[in-house]
Write a protein that binds this ligand. Structure first.
Ligand SMILES: NC(=O)c1ccc[n+]([C@@H]2O[C@H](COP(=O)([O-])OP(=O)(O)OC[C@H]3O[C@@H](n4cnc5c(N)ncnc54)[C@H](O)[C@@H]3O)[C@@H](O)[C@H]2O)c1
Length: 439
């Protein structure tokens, strides 16, 4: 959908008005394309900790120049060496002189140790969150800031996450806190980082349009065979998507009583198992609670939550989810912040976060992972139907001052799905441009 305000703000006269009145200035975000460099400009690395070698090897693999520059494509600070609050000053010393030299759509990544226990070190590490989220709010021109907590012993396992966050694939992910290795996990380096999902079979529900279609495209781009699932009424659009990604289509209502058994049968017979399951199908039936019908409540909980638990249990009980398997949920910032007129939807989406919390240890014990994305305002048919004023507020009330695209959600899911993300488990990452809602 067209963002007319963004077009206006980029025009000659619009640019001046936006600057004079101090209005939001949404710059076009740099998104992944195979023929551009991963990082747009030199990288500057600081801090003294356990992750120096990993950072150096990732920057080298991404072809980044580590040097002084006029404008930086990335600033990476290894804060794992900060073991008492006074040493937080190192953040100031590193970032203060270069904050104005972060390039358009530049990347800031702070690395820390999960703040567990009662030590001074844990207190100092917890403090990194306030720093990173504030930097996210201060950055302009599409630049983003993230904090990654890496458990000791999982330094090498941080590679897939660093590649994702430093690249244009994380365009709409901003001010997030990601935990690696806190539940263990094994990361498997792909033979080809451009096709990390080669040989994998992925199920994407609700794949006939919107975010689901984009997830199917990105997982297929990364090498997976995608089974695109949607309700029979969406059959024509579903076949189009499946053909486009050279995958298969499966017409099924995931709330049907026999859907879990049908999926077990389908993946066992056709593929001998499944590697990646993306629970993307979701519906809204908005009404204030006082006016809501019981059907609106029941259908939203059934599609957005209960059916997903039933599918997970069936796939796990029948051992259809293969070793190093991935389950990904699609929550929403409405599930974090709550939303007027969406008690049913927000309940279901908060439940998706509960699903991640509950299943993460279970999947860790099987060498698999479960994580979720929580999209903010994404430009789709769903958000095109929102009244203009609410739509504009949704777009601008974020650090990036614009809506995201379905591909932004899809790229985040592809990072979770990578065999190299085996130690990324139990996370809920917002894809929201640091929306103020629920933050
Ligand atoms: N668009 C946004 O801004 C946004 C924000 C936060 C979260 N989300 C979530 O992202 C996901 C995708 O959203 P979208 O905007 O692409 O929505 P969409 O309505 O365009 O697509 C959802 C798809 O799910 C399918 N579906 C619905 N019920 C189903 C069922 N019982 N069985 C199988 N398939 C079913 C629909 O037919 C549809 O193709 C949803 O879970 C949504 O809640 C979207």
């Amino acid at each position: 959908m067209t963002d007319r305000y963004q077009q206006f703000a980029r025009s000659g006269v619009g640019r001046q008005i936006v600057r004079r009145l101090g209005l939001p200035n949404p710059v076009p975000l740099r998104r992944f394309s195979p023929d551009q460099t991963a990082i747009d400009g030199p990288a500057l690395v600081g801090g003294n900790g356990r992750l120096g070698d990993t950072v150096a090897s990732v920057l080298k693999a991404l072809g980044a120049e580590v040097a002084d520059g006029e404008r930086y494509g990335a600033l990476v600070f290894d804060a794992t060496g900060i073991d008492e609050p006074a040493k937080l000053r190192e953040l100031y010393d590193f970032f203060h002189p270069v904050m104005r030299r972060i390039g358009t759509c530049g990347r800031v990544v702070v690395l820390g140790t999960p703040p567990e226990g009662d030590s001074r070190a844990a207190i100092a590490q917890r403090a990194l969150e306030g720093f990173t989220r504030s930097v996210g709010k201060e950055l302009t021109r599409g630049a983003t800031a993230q904090l990654v907590y890496v458990a000791p012993g999982f330094e090498a396992a941080a590679e897939s996450t660093l590649r994702f966050l430093l690249s244009a694939k994380s365009a709409f992910v901003d001010a997030q806190v990601i935990r690696i290795g806190t539940l263990g996990g094994q990361s498997v380096e792909p033979e080809d980082w451009d096709k990390p999902l080669r040989g994998k079979v992925a199920l994407v529900t609700g794949a006939s349009r919107g975010i689901g279609a984009s997830i199917a495209e990105v997982l297929a781009r990364d090498g997976a065979h995608v089974v695109a699932l949607d309700i029979p009424a969406q059959g024509a659009e579903l076949s189009e998507v499946a053909n486009r990604v050279r995958g298969s289509s499966l017409q099924l209502d995931i709330t049907a009583q026999d859907a879990p058994a049908e999926l077990v049968r389908y993946f066992t017979e056709r593929h001998g198992g499944v590697d990646i399951v993306v629970h993307n199908a979701g519906i809204t039936r908005d009404k204030r609670l006082a006016n809501m019908s019981d059907g609106a409540w029941d259908s939203v909980i059934a599609v957005n939550l209960s059916s997903q638990l039933a599918v997970n249990d069936a796939l796990l009980d029948a051992d259809v989810l293969r070793a190093n398997g991935r389950i990904v949920g699609v929550s929403s910032i409405a599930g974090i912040a709550g939303n007027n007129g969406q008690t049913n939807y927000a309940t279901s989406k908060a439940g998706v976060i509960g699903m991640v919390d509950a299943y993460a240890p279970v999947l860790a014990a099987r060498g698999a992972t479960i994580n979720a994305v929580a999209p903010g305002f994404i430009e789709t048919k769903m958000t095109a139907a929102v009244p203009l004023f609410v739509r504009e507020a949704g777009r601008r009330m974020s650090s990036l001052a614009q809506g995201g695209l379905p591909v932004d959600v899809a790229e985040t899911i592809a990072w979770y799905a990578s065999p190299a993300s085996g130690a990324v488990n139990g996370n809920v990452v917002r894809v929201c441009g640091q929306s103020l809602l629920g933050a």
